[in-house]
Design a protein around this ligand. Structure first.
Ligand SMILES: Nc1ncnc2c1ncn2[C@@H]1O[C@H](COP(=O)(O)OP(=O)(O)OP(=O)(O)O)[C@@H](O)[C@H]1O
Length: 451
């Protein structure tokens, strides 16, 4: 036998109440009877399982209208059917406008009553499904602290959610300011390591000669100035997550040690002979093309594959313009709270400006721009700044050929020579400076007899 469905019957006429109760009981409803609006509210509060109400319109001092208002204000998923006096269509209209699902005009047949209740049940289910859907949608507007609703961001969210439960290494790519560190933090926060440390390191900011001891630790006396044992970042992040930003900047020597950690789960501090076990999840990021660096012999291929178990690409802001209004709202709120200043209103022309700008510095640039706007509240200056950035980006992007032209061979030779001079004859570094592979660099040196 199907479990009876709880229903609240609100009818102030004792005889009617008993009659309708009997009809409903026979149709497998579990009836809670109330004789006034106040009575009904008390019953609703004490029986959270009630999802259906059948109420009379006229109820002493109050009316069905007050009950509908109360229920809808509580946003409860409750189906409501109202019984109105014969001929009072205006009450029926009012009831529906206020959120009742159906009405019955008195007198009504048993069959009509059951049909109206079935309709209200259906409407109720739809409301519930809609609310679940919209709460899912609003979840997808943001994952931890990452805001984004564009389809490309939804893919990012899905991937983060899928791999956050694992300890898989993730290589996060994307231009500067696209939220790579934010994604790494989200991966950590959604993992079961979230209570353990999250350590972010900018590999490009550590001097090459200190990188090994910074990351893997060092024993006292291992190098000049090591007056005591030094705990490496990996050991500090034990059981947690380490985020290696600008991983492309690590020297080949450090890359080798990192590979050993990823393969064996051990580190050897500088000056130590023993290996130490470390349980750390490694996340890495780079805005450089690591695959190209592998081809150029600047990044270990085996390490690249170890890091790139799960690739995660953060799209540039210009490819998800639809997210800009949401981000603007987020940053205006954040900075106005941070500085205790009321958020300024954006004019529609400024908004258009912000939407059409191509944001070479991505979300970071948008955030900085809005921080300045909150502080200065100067729309003209903001527009000017954006225009200047756009112009300078354009000038930087293009090399201006002198009007008289140039001797290409001489120009190339000059660049090679200057790069060598600047890097003290170090060909690997000189090649990097010119953004060409080491092989290409050697080839060009030979071409110009610069060997
Ligand atoms: N989707 C986003 N939602 C909200 N804030 C964001 C988003 N993306 C980036 N930000 C904010 O923009 C700034 C830059 O983000 P983050 O440092 O994560 O970028 P990044 O890609 O790691 O940059 P870099 O390569 O220069 O280190 C931070 O203040 C971050 O909070």
């Amino acid at each position: 036998m199907i479990k009876p469905q709880p229903i609240l019957l609100v009818e102030d006429d004792q005889a009617q109440n008993t009659l309708i109760s009997a009809m409903l009981n026979a149709a497998n409803y579990q009836v809670y009877s109330a004789f006034s609006v106040e009575d009904a509210i008390v019953t609703l509060k004490s029986h959270a399982d009630i999802e259906l109400i059948f109420t009379d319109w006229k109820l002493g001092n109050l009316s069905g209208m007050d009950l509908i208002k109360y229920v809808r204000a509580q946003q409860k998923h409750i189906g409501i059917v109202v019984a109105t006096a014969y001929g009072s269509i205006e009450h029926a209209v009012e009831a529906i406008e206020l959120g009742a699902d159906d009405y019955l005009s008195k007198p009504f047949q048993r069959q009509e009553l059951l049909l109206a209740l079935a309709k209200a049940n259906k409407a109720n289910q739809l409301r519930l499904a809609n609310q679940q859907l919209s709460s899912q949608i609003s979840e997808q507007n943001q994952l931890v602290d990452i805001i984004g609703h564009a389809p490309c961001m939804q893919k990012v969210f899905q991937r983060i959610e899928r791999v956050s439960a694992t300890s898989a290494t993730v290589l996060i790519s994307g231009e500067s300011g696209t939220g790579k560190e934010l994604a790494a933090r989200a991966l950590h926060q959604l993992s079961n390591r979230s209570k353990q440390p999250f350590i972010a390191i900018n590999c490009g900011a550590i001097p090459e000669n200190l990188a090994e001891s910074e990351l893997f630790g060092a024993l006292k006396g291992a190098y000049t100035g090591a007056t005591q044992d030094k705990l490496g970042k990996f050991a500090a992040a034990n059981k947690g997550t380490i985020f290696l930003d600008e991983v492309a900047e690590l020297s080949l020597n450090v890359q080798t040690k990192l590979l050993r950690l990823l393969q064996e789960g051990v580190v050897t501090p500088v000056g130590d002979t023993k290996e130490h076990n470390i349980d750390v999840r490694v996340l890495a990021a780079s805005h450089k093309n690591l695959q190209q660096m592998v081809r150029d012999g600047l990044f270990r291929e085996d390490l690249y594959y170890r890091l790139n178990v799960v690739p995660l690409h953060m799209p540039p802001l210009r490819e998800r313009q639809e997210d800009i209004p949401r981000l603007i709202e987020h940053f205006l709120k954040r900075f106005s709270q941070q500085y205790g200043i009321e958020a300024p209103q954006l004019s529609s022309t400024l908004l258009k400006h912000l939407l059409n700008f191509n944001w070479p510095g991505n979300v970071r640039q948008l955030s900085n721009t809005l921080e300045q706007f909150v502080l200065l509240q100067d729309e003209t200056e903001l527009k000017e700044n954006l225009t200047n950035t756009a112009n300078s980006a354009q000038t930087n992007a293009l090399f201006t050929l002198p009007s008289e032209g140039l001797n290409w061979d001489e120009f190339e030779k000059d660049c090679l020579q200057q790069a060598l001079n600047r890097e003290g004859g170090n060909k690997t570094q000189a090649a990097k400076l010119l953004w060409i592979s080491y092989k290409q660099f050697l080839y060009r040196l030979e071409k110009h007899n610069l060997n």
